[in-house]
Design a protein around this ligand. Structure first.
Ligand code: UD1
Ligand code: CA
Length: 471
């Protein structure tokens, strides 16, 4: 996004408040929305605005907040912190950022607990500010209780923000409120901040008092009013966080559906990361997508799947209750593969085209070539599985000797019977067969039948012991 005003944008994110109503040991702004701390949403919005610098004001839980945000984005050179101790109000919060604000910039002030503001909205606010005015983001609320009211002159000019606690009856009847978001040139803001006092009902330094100074100096104060309350909604309680979570998920579902994705019920759909879908993807209810997930053309995802960090290629079907987590290594599911129900794919599972993974099968750090199948109750860990291999029910790779992991190689066209243990490192030669119940500790030759179990003994006409008569 480009800035239509030529001035650089610096963002201040107020995040020093306590968040008492969350009733949590975790600082409020670190509570997650769509799997990401809410303050991180705000920082990401600032990045979409091409902010030169983003200054987060920390206070309660400062160390924890700073640490969480620093580890999350080592590469973000523009991210700075300023501490506010103690917390004496929103004006006092922004005062802490002053040493980090250059005079040539326009400052956009945001709150760490208002996560769903759109960058487009802030861009429009910047356009209204035009590098020289005080621009306020406002909204009409049916119930404005608790908010700062936008007081306008008869001619409609904004001339004050009056906090609810300081407002008289007439002012309390005003439904237009200040959202907590403003854009203001730094060179104007800095001297205004220096003049704030705390002579008000809450004995706080109100940022909103800058409106009075602007008016006194003849700097135009302009309100940019929006209708979408979600964009200015703050989080004070778990219930409000849950509400915004649903709003955010609805937004994502709507965007995907607009691209043609068939989401069976957008109210039961969650993306906690980034989901990209090709044409004709269908997603049943209660699925959760985390990290980066890519769904190819015509992919179908059944109900109740949790899918993270995974690429699923065209035509694959993920049946219900499948859990996929690629974590660092990723997972790929090849074209036309059939996975689940009740399958588990772990990091490094690389499944080729038309692979079948059935119920209660776990695959970790293994490649399976085209057409390989493991349909029931099996474990494949650190394995290389060739084309068309059939891996029997209940079979496992014993890949861990208690100290180190070892690989199992199963070459093309092998048939592994049921309930086998393949003790790695071991190679099953191409086209070979392993009899059911075998524990294989030595590599086998191509084409061989290998059986490694106690020989069956049958005793004819065996009489089972009888229960003794009671004495
Ligand atoms: C503020 C506005 C009010 C507006 C409302 C919108 C002021 C004086 N009032 O009210 O006009 O309608 O937001 O939600 O600005 N914070 C700090 N340090 C502090 C105090 C607050 O970092 O000393 C942070 C909070 O953590 C929060 C944000 O600033 O993220 C806003 O503070 P909050 O107390 O919620 O503002 P309100 O008093 O509700
Ligand atoms: Ca307050």
């Amino acid at each position: 996004m480009t800035n239509s005003s030529s001035r650089p944008v610096d963002v201040v994110v107020m995040a020093a408040g306590k968040g008492t109503r969350m009733k949590s040991a975790l600082p409020k702004v670190l509570h997650t929305l769509a799997g990401k701390p809410m303050v991180q949403h705000v920082i990401d919005t600032a990045r979409n605005l091409n902010a030169r610098r983003t200054i987060v004001i920390t206070g309660h839980g400062a160390e924890q907040v700073e640490q969480a945000l620093t580890s999350a984005q080592m590469q973000d050179q523009g991210l700075k912190f300023a501490r506010q101790m103690p917390q004496l109000g929103t004006g006092h919060a922004v005062q802490q950022a002053v040493p980090l604000l250059a005079d040539d910039g326009v400052v956009v002030i945001l709150s760490g607990d208002v996560p769903l503001t759109r960058a487009e909205t802030l861009q429009a606010l910047l356009d209204v500010c035009a590098g020289q005015q005080l621009a306020l983001l406002t909204i009409d609320f049916a119930d404005p209780t608790g908010y700062g009211r936008i007081v306008r002159s008869l001619r409609g000019q904004v001339h004050a923000i009056v906090e609810h606690k300081d407002a008289n009856e007439e002012q309390r009847a005003i439904r237009e409120v200040y959202s907590g978001i403003m854009a203001v040139p730094a060179r104007l803001l800095k001297p205004w901040l220096a003049r704030l006092d705390n002579q008000n009902a809450q004995q706080e330094f109100y940022l909103t008092d800058v409106v009075k100074f602007a008016e006194a100096e003849g700097v135009p104060v302009v309100a940019y009013k929006i209708e979408d309350a979600t964009q200015v909604a703050g989080v004070n309680s778990p219930a409000q966080l849950a509400e915004l979570e649903r709003a955010y998920q609805q937004r994502q579902a709507q965007a995907l559906m607009a691209e043609g994705v068939r989401i069976i019920d957008p109210a039961r759909f969650d993306v906690r990361g980034e989901l990209t879908c090709a044409q004709d993807v269908q997603i049943d209810v209660n699925c959760i997508f985390q990290g980066r997930v890519q769904l190819g053309q015509g992919v179908k995802v059944g109900a109740n799947c949790v899918i993270a960090n995974c690429v699923i290629e065209a035509g694959a079907v993920i049946h219900p209750f499948t859990h996929i987590d690629g974590e660092k290594l990723g997972v790929t599911v090849g074209e036309g593969a059939l996975i689940g129900p009740f399958a588990r794919l772990r990091p490094g599972a690389q499944l080729g085209a038309e692979v079948h993974i059935g119920n209660f099968v776990e695959v970790k750090n293994s490649t399976m070539a085209k057409g390989a199948k493991a349909n029931h109750l099996a474990y494949l860990g650190d394995a290389t599985v060739g084309e068309r291999v059939n891996y029997g029910a209940g079979s496992i790779t014993a890949n861990y000797d208690g100290a180190n992991k070892h690989r199992t190689v199963i070459e093309a066209d092998v048939h592994i019977g049921s309930n086998c243990v393949l003790v790695a490192p071991v190679t099953i030669g191409a086209g070979g067969t392993v009899g059911g119940g075998s524990t294989i500790t030595k590599s086998t030759e191509p084409g061989a039948l290998s059986v490694a179990r106690g020989k069956q003994v049958s005793i004819a006409n065996w009489a089972r012991p009888q229960k003794k008569p009671k004495a």
